[in-house]
Design a protein around this ligand. Structure first.
Ligand SMILES: Cc1cc2nc3c(=O)[nH]c(=O)nc-3n(C[C@H](O)[C@H](O)[C@H](O)COP(=O)(O)OP(=O)(O)OC[C@H]3O[C@@H](n4cnc5c(N)ncnc54)[C@H](O)[C@@H]3O)c2cc1C
Length: 403
């Protein structure tokens, strides 16, 4: 029997391969680059673990609960809430449902009004029901935030920057249902990063996949009815094909137009700092309009990430190409410390961090016509949840077809 072929060893392709392995199927996973993980990568520079872009694992994602061993990932957790910049200082905004008394103390700060509190109660009430990540309605996250009627300060200092960070979308033009979906994740779970970096998620999925089932540096250049062709010219026959590549590459491989593929980019900068400057394990949000979206002291989140008395900071912008000097200056100014305390380590500009949600009809129709199964976050909505879940669905679909 010809093998099942999976193209792309990102989280969705790895998840599909893992499940095929569990079912004892005959399969191969082909990956263009020399490593697994796709957009989920970490590397060690100067002794610090740096993730390729600021990424967190939501422990409440249903597919994360189902597929990952969170204990083995050895997670460090962000506090629920954020510090927001109020004229001249960072003001904590704690999750009112987790730390009600600390939250009440922040009521006089000018960040939240009594009406915001009532509206947060309404959101909480709404989250008690099942929340669909995508409900098909046309309203955007930005329009929903405006319609709900929160105060100007709460919107521009917390809600809009926070959701821009989650969606990597300053315009907040993703579907409004995602606002409720992510709020539910933040309320019911925690935002975490593995001590070994976000790349540990890919390694864990790959743990049970024998190395002879994965072929690295094997870019697929052409897909025909029953074989794929690699850049080397080698042809590999398949019984079923799972295409787990990014949306634009999927378009190319299927030979359809990229019309509905819109990327959302980001750049994350890492600095080694002389102090922790009293920072707590929370995301620090910059006001709307700042070139810097947010920053965190990663050493406050995981104390093991200090090195020879130096501390690790990450800072993320949605604009690619701002100089590290400029980011360092903004960071230092807002913390009220000398810029010389920060030493730039490395930045990760990622133009295709996420995709704007679309129904990707052209892709899906073409794949269906050719009996190809698609996986990848873009087939649902951009997230680790969707990558894992689409990989599972793809594996289940091909297993049904080959039986
Ligand atoms: C900066 C950043 C921040 C993020 N933050 C979060 C977050 O906080 N929370 C969250 O849930 N999600 C986050 N995400 C999204 C999450 O990382 C992705 O949803 C997920 O990794 C996508 O996995 P995938 O398998 O769908 O695609 P990919 O990871 O893109 O995998 C596709 C794979 O296909 C391979 N490939 C491409 N072409 C070929 C070819 N021709 N032949 C063979 N192989 C090929 C690629 O090399 C790649 O390995 C973030 C992503 C980024 C980049």
């Amino acid at each position: 029997m010809k093998p099942i072929v999976i193209i792309g060893a990102g989280i969705s392709g790895l998840q599909a391969a893992r499940l095929l392995e569990i079912q004892g199927a005959n399969y191969f996973l082909l990956e263009k680059s020399n490593k697994i993980g796709g957009r989920v990568q970490s590397e060690t520079v100067d002794g610090f673990v740096l993730d390729h872009g600021f990424q967190v694992l939501q422990t409440a994602y249903p597919e994360v609960q189902r597929s990952l061993d969170l204990k083995k990932l050895d997670l460090s957790y962000f506090g629920s809430g954020a510090y927001v910049y109020l004229t001249s200082h960072f003001q904590p905004f704690f999750n009112p449902f987790e730390k009600p008394f600390a939250f009440l103390r922040s009521l006089g700060s000018g960040l939240v009004t009594a009406k915001d509190l009532v509206l947060l109660g309404y959101v909480w009430f709404r989250l008690q029901r099942d929340v669909e990540a995508l409900d098909g309605r046309k309203e955007t996250v930005g329009e929903l935030i405006d319609r709900l009627g929160f105060s100007t300060n709460f919107k521009s200092l917390f809600l809009r920057p926070f959701m821009s960070g989650v969606l990597l979308d300053a315009r907040l033009s993703q579907p409004a249902s995602l606002f409720y979906f992510y709020m539910k994740q933040f309320m019911e779970g925690k935002a975490a990063i593995p001590k070994a970096g976000i790349g540990a998620i890919a390694s864990q999925l790959a743990d049970i996949i024998p190395t002879n089932r994965i072929r690295l540096e094997a870019p697929v250049t052409h897909i025909s009815a029953d074989f794929v062709e690699l850049e080397s010219g080698e042809q590999l026959e398949f019984s079923q094909l799972i295409l787990a590549t990014e949306a634009p590459i999927t378009s190319d491989l299927l030979g359809v137009s990229k019309a509905d593929v819109e990327p959302l980019g980001s750049e994350t900068f890492y600095f080694r700092a002389k102090g922790i400057y009293g920072m707590e394990p929370y995301l620090h949000l910059m006001p709307e309009g700042s070139p810097l979206l947010h920053f965190s002291c990663l050493t406050a989140i995981d104390p093991h990430s200090s090195l020879k008395g130096d501390y690790l900071f990450s800072a993320t912008s949605l604009t690619i190409g701002i100089s590290s000097e400029e980011i360092k200056r903004i960071l230092a100014d807002h913390l009220g410390v000398p810029a010389s305390d920060f030493q730039f380590i490395k930045s990760f500009p990622i133009p295709h961090s996420l995709w704007r949600v679309s129904d990707f009809q052209t892709l899906k129709k073409e794949a269906e016509k050719r009996n190809i199964v698609l996986a990848g976050d873009y087939t649902q909505f951009p997230s680790l949840q969707a990558a894992l879940s689409s990989g599972r669905l793809a594996a289940e679909t091909v297993l049904e077809k080959v039986q």
